[in-house]
Ligand binder design. Structure first.
Ligand SMILES: Nc1ncnc2c1ncn2[C@@H]1O[C@H](COP(=O)(O)OP(=O)(O)OP(=O)(O)O)[C@@H](O)[C@H]1O
Ligand SMILES: [Mg+2]
Length: 298
């Protein structure tokens, strides 16, 4: 069964474009800003969906390639025992480019990892976090990796579900990325894009293909989610469940988080500057929606 019909998605994309044109993001029901994707809620008579819009691709072929990779990614994660949320990837040819959406049933807010753990003690959180670590341990290889961060998982009853499949972390045997990340950095102003493509992306991606990198990311991200209080007691859980050798410590986690936060803060600041140029010098609507300034705790 299709999640959302083509006319529904087309109408949705028109609303999205209108919001970009007018700069009124508040007209959309935004559920999450990622570093590249933006998630918006779509309500239909037959259910609510999460519509995650990737940066428009430069050609239909590039968008089709991405859709194929996403399907293969979902399949490979499932083969590792990960319960991936059903995802459809319609592509629309629009003036802004070839727009690919990841459409999923909308999960209840309280089930999303950060919400689910909020208010729990470290002791109560540990078994749930251990389940995520179990999936990281059994799925991460030099050629496959989920983005193991807490915000990409949902706890639905007994099920632990994984939802972030829009940027497939897949590599071939030589270590080449299969997904063309330079299509997604198209949203960055040219000089910044050049720096990211040439110097930053490789290191950012390498991190996902290592269990240690995943551990540092997961733990550091607790700070961003405002869950810093349960960070110290969860460090030994990570060391044990992920068999980290040498062990990670709090200082290393905080340093990793700081460096990550600086990179993303730099990118977002550059995008805001770019938006200013569009609006005030070029007098054109800025073609993307930007996240509000992110409170990066810690
Ligand atoms: N199916 C869904 N139901 C409810 N909320 C969702 C769903 N999918 C995503 N979200 C919310 O939107 C956020 C971002 O979505 P997702 O993780 O898929 O992309 P992303 O992190 O933006 O990707 P990237 O950072 O790789 O660009 C999630 O952390 C979650 O809060
Ligand atoms: Mg995510």
């Amino acid at each position: 069964m299709r999640l959302a019909s083509t006319p529904e998605i087309e109408a949705f994309e028109e609303r999205f474009e209108e919001a970009v044109r007018t700069g009124h993001a508040e007209d959309l029901d935004i559920i999450g800003y990622g570093e590249v994707t933006i998630g918006v809620k779509l309500s239909t008579p037959h259910g609510d969906f999460a519509c995650k819009r990737l940066v428009p691709f430069s050609s239909g072929e590039a968008a089709e390639d991405a859709a194929r990779l996403i399907a293969s990614y979902v399949e490979q994660l499932q083969r590792c025992g990960i319960d991936v949320v059903t995802t459809e990837t319609p592509i629309l040819a629009r003036p802004s480019g070839h727009v690919l959406y990841c459409i999923q049933p909308l999960l209840e807010p309280g089930t999303l990892g950060p919400d689910f753990l909020r208010g729990k003690t470290a002791e109560q959180a540990a078994p749930h976090v251990s389940r995520i670590f179990g999936h990281i341990r059994t799925s991460v290889t030099p050629s496959l990796a989920p983005d193991g961060q807490l915000s990409n998982w949902a706890f639905e009853g007994d099920r632990l579900r994984y939802l972030d499949v829009g940027t497939p972390f897949l590599r071939d045997e030589q270590g080449n990325d299969l997904f063309d990340f330079s299509q997604q950095t198209r949203a960055l102003p040219a000089p910044v894009r050049a720096i990211v493509d040439r110097f930053l992306i490789e290191g950012i991606l390498d991190n996902y293909f290592s269990i240690r990198g995943q551990a540092l990311d997961f733990l550091g991200n607790l700070i961003k989610e405002g869950l810093g209080e349960i960070l110290p007691p969860l460090i030994p859980v990570a060391n044990r469940e992920l068999a980290l050798e040498p062990e990670v410590n709090e200082k290393e986690v905080r340093a990793h988080y700081r460096s990550d936060a600086q990179t993303y803060a730099f990118i977002q600041a550059a995008r805001r500057a770019d938006r200013w140029v569009y609006r005030n010098i070029l007098r054109k609507p800025y073609p993307y929606l930007l996240p509000p300034r992110i409170e990066r705790f810690g």
